[in-house]
Design a binder for this molecule. Sequence first.
Ligand code: PRX
Length: 664
Amino acid sequence: MATEERLTSGEELDDQLAQLLRVESFDPPAHFKEHALLSDPAIYEQAAADPEAWWAKQAAMLDWDTPFEQVLDDSKPPFYKWFLGGRLNVSHNCLDRHVAAGRGERIAYHWLGEDGSEREITYADLLAEVERFASALKDLGVRKGDVVGIYLPMIPEVVVAMLACARIGAPHNVVFGGFSAEAVRERMEFSDAKLLITVDAAARKGKVAPVKERVDEVMGDLASLQRIVVVRSKGVPCEMKAGRDVYYDEVLAAADPKCPAEPMDSEDPLYILYTSGSTAKPKGILHTTGGYLTGVAATHRYAFDLKADEDVYWCAADVGWVTGHSYIVYGPLANGATSVMWEGAPDYPNKGIWWEIVERYKVSILYCAPTAIRACIKWGAEWPNGHDLSSLRLLGSVGEPINPKAWLWYHKVIGHERCPIVDTWWQTETGAIMITPLPGVTRTKPGSATNPFPGVVADVVDESTGESIEQGQGLLVLKRPWPSMLRTLYKEEERYVNAYFNRFGPETYVVGDAARRDADGYIWVIGRIDDVVNVSGHRLSTAEVESAIVAHPDVAEAAVIGQHDEDTGQAIVAFVTLQGDLEGDEREQESIRDTVAERIGKLARPKRIIWTDDLPKTRSGKIMRRLLRDIAEGRELGDVTTLRDPEVTAKLEARIGELRAAEE
Ligand code: PRX
C-alpha cells in the first residue's frame, strides 16, 4: 500500500472506522476465495450429513502406525473415545513424517529473542533435538504414562520438551511462564509430576528474571518430583541440588541421538493442562492423542486456510495456554507449517515490534487476542503504519469476544481491508477451534465468531429447559462429541461429569458461556456465566483469587468479581474486609496484590481493591457475587431484603460512588 494511502491517526481514522461500522458484514474477498482451500458452502452440509465420515477423513490425513477400526465410541456418554484401535505418535506426525517426505530443510520456527538474537529451526533440526531429549528423558527415568511438568518461557526448548514427551508417551503438564512458582508447585502436586523442565531465568523487557531460584523456594518438599531439568537460557548461575537437578545441555550431550517414536493408542493421554474453574482448585484438562491431533490439524488447516509451502504463520500467544499448545505447537507442526516464535512482549523494545516481526519474516497469517489489538489501538496506528504489512493475507482472533471497533481497526489498519478475519471461539476443554468463519466461505460480522466448524454442533439453548433458541440469548452448548474434546479432568472423573454435563445430561456439553443467535443464525459469544473471569484473554477463577487474598494475614474475608474493562475485557475487582480494626490504605493494597502475585501470578492481581466492613450475604451466609457485580457496574439492585444485612449494599454503593468520583 502506498504511503499516502496509509492511515495516519486520530480523527481521520475514527471517521473511517465509523463509516465501516455501518457495514454490517463482510464477504470473503474475491481474490482470497479464488485460492482458498475451502470455498464451497456445501462443505457444511457434507460434514453435517455424516460427521463421523468427515472427521475420519480428517484423521486419515495423519500418519497412522495402525489404522483405526472404529471412528467413535459413544456408548458411555460423556466418556467418548475416538479412532479406536488406531495407533500413532504425535511427534512422528509433527516431525519424522515431514523429514521423511523431504521437507526436513523447511523452517519450523523463525525464533526471535527479546535481545534481537535469531534462531532458524528446521524440521530436521527439531527432530534431531527432540530425539535426543526424548532419550534423555528416558535416561532420567521417565516412562510412558509419567507426568512431566514444563515451566518454560517462549524459547525453542519448550517445543522440544513437549514433543519429546509426546514421543515417549509421557503426558506433559505445561504451566504458563507468567504463573508463579507456587502455582507451578500446586500443579505439579495435583498431577504427581515426576520431572520438571524449567529454565535458569527468563527475559522480561530488557531485564532477566530468575526462574529456577523461585522454583527452588517452593518445590523442596514435593516427594513425587524426582528430577528437575534446567535449560541454560540466560546464563544465570543456578544452585543445583545433587541427585535431583541436571542441566538440559548436559543430559542432551550424553543422550542417544536416536529415539524412535513409539506408537501410542489413539486414546493414550497426550497432555494435561490446568485451567481455571469455578472453584479455587484448577481443573486438569486431559487431552488424548488421535482425536486431539485430528482436531487441531484440521482446524488449523481450514480456519487459517493454511498453505504450508507458502505461508508464514504466527500465533502470538504463549505456549503455556491452550492456544499455544494447539496453534503454536501441535496444529502447525502436524501441518508442516513455518511459524514465527517471539520471546518477548508486544511493547518491548518498542510498540512497533509486532509489526517489525511481520515485516521481517513476511508473516502471512497472524493470530492474536483482542486485548493485544485494543492495546495497539491505544498506542496508535503510526506503529503498524511504519511497517510493510503487505505479506499478511489472513488475520485471526481468539480468547475473548472482540468488540466491533477492535475488529474494524484490525481489518483496516492491520489487514488493509484485504485480509479476512477469523474470530475463533473455543476453550482449553475443546482442544481445537469450535466456532469460526471459514475464510473463503463465510460472510463475517464484526464481533461474531459466526458458525460452528464443519462437524461441530453448537447450539444456543434456554437455560432452564435446554430447548434451542432460534433467535435470542441463552447458554452456549456443544451437542455432539468432537475428536479433540477433553476426555476427563485428571484424577477427577466425577468433577468432569458435574462441571460440564450436569445441566442437560451426558450428551450436551455445557460450555459456561452465554451467547446470542441472530436472525441469520450467527453466534455471538457474550462471556462466561460462571465464576470465571477473562482478563486480557487469560482465564482466571474468582475463587482462586479470593483464596489467594485471604491468605494475606491482614485479610478477614474477600469476594472477587470480574468487571467490564475497556482495555483488558474484564478486570479483577476485590471487595476486602480486613481483620479487626485494621484500616485499609494504599500500602495494604499493594501488599495484598503482592500476595496474589506470589500465589498465582502477576496476571491475577486485582485492579481495584475496595475496602468494606461486610459483604452482602444471604441469611445462610453465602456471598452474593451477583449483587457485587451489579454494584460495581452501577446497575439497579432490585430487592435486597433477603440479605442478612440489607444495609451492606447501600454502604458499598456509596463507597463505589466515592471511588468513581475520585477516579474522575
Ligand atoms: O469465554 C470464552 C472465551 O474464553 C473462554 C475459554 O478460555 P480458555 O479455556 O482459556 O481458552 C482461551 C483460548 C481458546 C471461553 O469459554 N473465548 C475464547 N475465544 C473466544 C471467547 N469468547 C468470545 N469469542 C471468542 N472468539
